[in-house]
Each structure stands twice: as structure tokens, then as C-alpha cells.
Design a binder for this molecule. Structure first.
Ligand code: IPM
Ligand code: MG
Length: 366
């Protein structure tokens, strides 16, 4: 089993280092190889996603990704900005299914800006389509307007589009995920205004007929944004397009108050996957040793489950994380009165220790 390790920029290197230590502790037959990506790759090779990095990613069973981006690259032309690396990987590897869980850990209920009773026990799975929609739709660009409100004026345009197979495959992913959970799917669209999302709604409904055991409802995206802060626990699996999913997944992550805890997975049809924390590169705290490595560590658990077929190891990693939270250890982002503040490395140490003791126990009890 081969893992491509792409730490990227900002806190990426620090948090990925801890995730690797966790993987090493499992003593499974992985081969790991690192490559630069994002701003780091631009510095080294003049491109955010160099050929060599893309090749490594394509050949791996799974990709462990840190984060990309830094304000210092904001003035580069778009094709050379760090964000293009993640968009390029999604496109070239066909990573169309993005899983973004938003889970509120019992110990961290107080970290949310919402009232504890609204989010205690929250466990939402946002499934975002990741390779279509206005993100990738052609044509796009700048031109002189020939019609519209100001003919002759300079304008910019993007194209929102979805084909039937693109919608069908993500709908199947969502229904199948729901079958393993509480058997409810909310499909989020803007069918009241957009042709693309009327089609989305129609196709998701058709696919839903194959899953009579799953309850499907539809919600407009503006209402979904509102319901997420009003009564988030009403949601279970949410499936939506690329752009709405980008926005709603950040909103859902913040409900939990601890984006530093949330992993994500992006899969293609062969179960090859890219695993990354839901938070970004946080250049303001990079190099200080204070970033929370738990989202990246939990991303390795998703990797073990989805791409490497090691569900038991995944559970062990997840329970090790729960154990360190129960011990009261907190990085700065999730710290509260009465808990112990630790840095990136110490948090990694604690997870490794919890994991090692679970491995020892397993050996002793058989
Ligand atoms: C995300 C990010 C990316 C996106 C950016 C960095 C291109 O916001 O993964 O949600 O918009 O998809
Ligand atoms: Mg985003």
C-alpha cells in the first residue's frame, strides 16, 4: 500500500508530521513518499502541482494532504496560485466525492458559538460533489459583453453545469452513505432559480427510487444555510453541488466550534482518495508548534477506512483521539478553562501513546 504525503504550506508540514507518526505506530505495511505541493512546490519547481508530484499522487493508493496557501502568493497569476494544486489533484484524479463530516465532540460542546443544546451530539455528513459545477464548467473568462445590462462593457463569466452521470454517481454515494447511518438524505439545490439545480433535483429524486429504505428531502440552499444554524441536528447526510458544498461545509464545520478537529476525504470511483483536514494552512500560526494536528490524524483514520481497507486500525486511531480529549489535552484552538493546553507535538505524542497502549493491550489479550 502506497501513501503519497503532500504536506504543503503553512501549518501543513507540522500537522502532517504528527499524522505520519500515528501511521508509523500502527506498524502496517505502508510505503510513504513525500512531495512538495502548493506554495512550497511553486518555490521549489515554479508550479503548485509539479508533474512529479502529480505522478506520485496518481500512483498512490491514498494521498495524505496537509494544506496549501499563503497570502504572499495572492498576487501570482491564477494558474500558479497554491489553490490550483488542490483543484488540479481533484480534476486529474477524478476525486468527485467529497466527505466532510461535522461532528461535535462531547468534550468540546462549549467551543461552539451556538447554544450547547443545539449542537450536543451533532453528527452531520456533508457529501459535496467535487469535480463539476461552476468550479470547473467551461467556458469561463473575461470578454466584452454583447448583451445584458451593459452591452460593450468588460465582463467576466463562469459556467454552472452538471451532466446526468455526474449527478447520478454522487447521489448513489450519498444514498449508500445514508444506508450506513440514519437513512436520511437532504439534497440541497437552488431549483427555484437555476436550471442546473432543477436538473440536479430531478436526477437525485430518480436515483432515490433505487433506495426505498432511505428518506429523501430537498432543500433550497439559502434555507439550508439558515436551518444549519437554527436546528443543525435535523440534518444527517447532506448531498449538494460543488459550490454550495464549499460554503455549507464551512458553515457546518464552524457549528462544532472546532474546525481543527474535522477531517475530510475526497474519493474517485476506484476508492483512491485524498485525505486532508477541513481547515486551511493558517499561515499566521505556522512554525509556532501550536496548530491542532487532530483533524489530520482523523483524516488518516478516514484513509485507513476508505482507501486502505484497514477499518480496525481506523477505529483504533479514532478512539486514541477520543482518549486524549478525555484526558483533557487541548491545543490552543479548542482550549477552555480547566483543560491542559498542549502544542502540536505534545498532542501527537499523546495520540501515539494512547495508540501504543491500545496495541499492547490487544497483544496481551489476544
Ligand atoms: C475547500 C477550499 C477549496 C475549494 C479552495 C482552497 C480551492 O475552500 O476545499 O473547501 O474552494 O474547494
Ligand atoms: Mg472551502
Amino acid at each position: 500500500m502506497k501513501i503519497a504525503v503532500l504536506p504543503g504550506d503553512g501549518i501543513g508540514t507540522e500537522i502532517v508530521a504528527e499524522a505520519i507518526r500515528v501511521l508509523d505506530t500502527l506498524e502496517l505495511p505502508f510505503e510513504m513518499e513525500s512531495a512538495p505541493v502548493g506554495g512550497a512546490a511553486y518555490e521549489a519547481h515554479g508550479h503548485p502541482l509539479p508533474e512529479s508530484t502529480l505522478k506520485l499522487a496518481k500512483e498512490a493508493d491514498a494521498i495524505l494532504f496537509g494544506a496549501v496557501g499563503d497570502w504572499k502568493y495572492d498576487r501570482l497569476e491564477r494558474a500558479l496560485r497554491p489553490e490550483q494544486a488542490i483543484l488540479g489533484l481533484r480534476k486529474h484524479l477524478g476525486l468527485f466525492a467529497n466527505f466532510r463530516p461535522a461532528i461535535c465532540y462531547e468534550e468540546l460542546v462549549g467551543a461552539s458559538s451556538l447554544k450547547p443544546e443545539l449542537i450536543a451530539g451533532l453528527d452531520i455528513l456533508i457529501i459535496r460533489e467535487l469535480t463539476g459545477d461552476i468550479y470547473f464548467g467551461q467556458p469561463r473568462g473575461r470578454r466584452t459583453a454583447v448583451d445584458g445590462h451593459f452591452p460593450g462593457a468588460e465582463e467576466a463569466f463562469d459556467t454552472m453545469r452538471y451532466s446526468r452521470p455526474e449527478i447520478e454517481r454522487i447521489a448513489h454515494v450519498a444514498f449508500q452513505a445514508a444506508q450506513k447511518r440514519s437513512k436520511r438524505v437532504t439534497s440541497v439545490d437552488k431549483a427555484n432559480v437555476l436550471e442546473t439545480f432543477q436538473f440536479w433535483k430531478d436526477v437525485v429524486s430518480e436515483v432515490g427510487k433505487d433506495y426505498p429504505d432511505v428518506e429523501l428531502d430537498h432543500m433550497y440552499v439559502d434555507n439550508a444555510a439558515m436551518q444549519l444554524v437554527k436546528a443543525p441536528k435535523k440534518f444527517d447526510v447532506v448531498v449538494t453541488g460543488n459550490m454550495f458544498g464549499d460554503i455549507l461545509s464551512d458553515e457546518a464545520a464552524m457549528l462544532t466550534g472546532s474546525i481543527g478537529m474535522l477531517p475530510s476525504a475526497s474519493l474517485n470511483s476506484g476508492n483512491q482518495g485524498l485525505y486532508e483536514p477541513s481547515h486551511g494552512s493558517a499561515p499566521d500560526i505556522a512554525g509556532k508548534g501550536v496548530a491542532n494536528p487532530l483533524a489530520t490524524i482523523l483524516s488518516t483514520a478516514m484513509m485507513l477506512r476508505f482507501s486502505l481497507n484497514q477499518p480496525e486500525a481506523a477505529e483504533r486511531v479514532e478512539s486514541a483521539v477520543k482518549q486524549v480529549l478525555a484526558q483533557g489535552l487541548r491545543t490552543a484552538d479548542i482550549w477552555s478553562e480547566g483543560t491542559t493546553r498542549v502544542g502540536t507535538r505534545e498532542m501527537g505524542d499523546a495520540v501515539v501513546a494512547a495508540l501504543s497502549s491500545s496495541i499492547t493491550k490487544k497483544t496481551i489479550t489476544g
